[in-house]
Design a protein around this ligand. Structure first.
Ligand SMILES: NC(=O)c1ccc[n+]([C@@H]2O[C@H](COP(=O)([O-])OP(=O)(O)OC[C@H]3O[C@@H](n4cnc5c(N)ncnc54)[C@H](O)[C@@H]3O)[C@@H](O)[C@H]2O)c1
Length: 317
């Protein structure tokens, strides 16, 4: 009997074909509601989701024959991992697929911040010609502090090097030192002192750590106070790593020159007082929202689903 896969969120059609060609029966229902999913999930061996579908305990318990949950993209915050583990359901994702898209958005946001592109666009459309007021700064010769030198942090570093920036990197993993050195990046270390050195010496700081209890509000009022006056900060990682209230104050009182946010403590944010800050560039969690990342995520997930059932068959035979 064919293994049945339910695709509950949008993936690329080529990935659906790949799974069908591998002998899986694939049912696509991109807009399925929570209730409909709960009533139908018992018919499937695998469930594919992105961030829209919440794979909660009730869904997992209703999925009597579920063997695999595949989350296309980074993060597993929308899957109840404990419930899945209790039922022996394997959970996979594709964190490797969006690194380039997120790194490119980071570089784009950094350039926009330092050249006031977002402000210039808004003011032109309001009928203003702010040529003198919007004097910017070059990236060349500036120090970029990267917090979290994993996949995305390293892609950002590679691109920033081309702009002739000096790069400092902080990470909790000592193994990153060697990777940093190979790229020509100065690894400041793994300690609190190292983080503070990076905060003090960087002209631009960008966050690329996961959201975890240890990284919650990793950058708050104290850390911002250590930053250079008129430095910039970007959070293209996850909401809650950077304390939004502290950021608001620092932007308002001019301690920092500008900030870019792609991720928020609440999404979409209900606190629109951000809108009054001209030195804040906001994007609606667009990090991996590119055609290329959608295709890469979909293909990686399809391969992982195919591989999972192939291995399952090999075990039986
Ligand atoms: N904006 C978006 O749409 C978007 C898309 C994809 C990923 N992301 C986010 O980007 C971030 C990085 O993703 P990645 O693929 O590079 O992950 P990764 O796992 O490859 O890298 C993360 C790095 O952070 C380091 N780290 C973890 N905890 C730390 C701590 N407490 N202090 C210092 N360093 C720490 C790890 O050692 C690792 O080197 C994640 O938060 C992810 O959720 C955002």
């Amino acid at each position: 009997m064919k293994k049945r896969v339910l695709v509950a969120d949008k993936i690329h059609s080529g990935a659906v074909k790949m799974m069908e060609n591998a002998g899986l029966e694939v049912i696509v229902n991109f807009d399925i509601t929570h209730e409909a999913l709960k009533s139908r999930v018992s018919e499937f061996d695998a469930l594919i989701v992105r961030s829209r579908t919440k794979v909660t305990r009730d869904i997992i318990e209703a999925g009597k024959r579920l063997a695999l949950i595949a989350r296309s993209g980074v993060g597993l915050d929308n899957v109840d991992l404990e419930a899945a583990e209790e039922r022996g359901i394997r959970v996979v994702n594709s964190p490797e697929a969006s690194s380039i898209s997120v790194a490119e958005l980071t570089i784009g946001a950094m350039i926009s911040l330092m050249r006031n592109i977002h402000t210039a666009d808004r003011s032109m459309k309001e009928g203003k010609w702010l040529k003198k007021e919007l004097e910017g700064r070059e990236l060349k010769g500036k120090t970029l502090g990267i917090i979290g030198l994993g996949r995305i942090g390293q892609e950002v570093a590679r691109r920033a090097i081309v702009f002739q920036m000096k790069i400092l990197a902080y990470d909790i993993l000592e193994e990153r030192r060697l990777e940093a050195e190979k790229m020509g990046v100065e690894f400041v270390g793994t300690s609190r002192d190292a983080l503070e050195k990076l905060l003090r010496e960087s002209d631009v700081i960008t966050l690329h750590v996961p959201y975890q209890p240890e990284t919650a509000y990793m950058i708050g009022a104290k850390e911002i106070s250590l930053m250079k006056n008129k430095a910039y900060i970007l959070n293209v990682a996850r909401g809650g790593i950077l304390d939004e209230k502290a950021l608001y104050e620092a932007l308002k009182n001019g301690k920092i020159a500008g900030a870019a946010l792609d991720c928020y403590e609440e999404e979409p944010p209900s606190n629109l007082h951000f809108a009054e800050l001209p030195n804040l560039l906001c994007t609606p969690h667009l990090g991996s929202a590119t055609q290329e990342a959608l295709i890469a995520n979909s293909n990686i997930i399809a391969e992982k689903v195919i591989d999972f059932f192939k291995k399952q068959m090999q075990k039986i035979n």
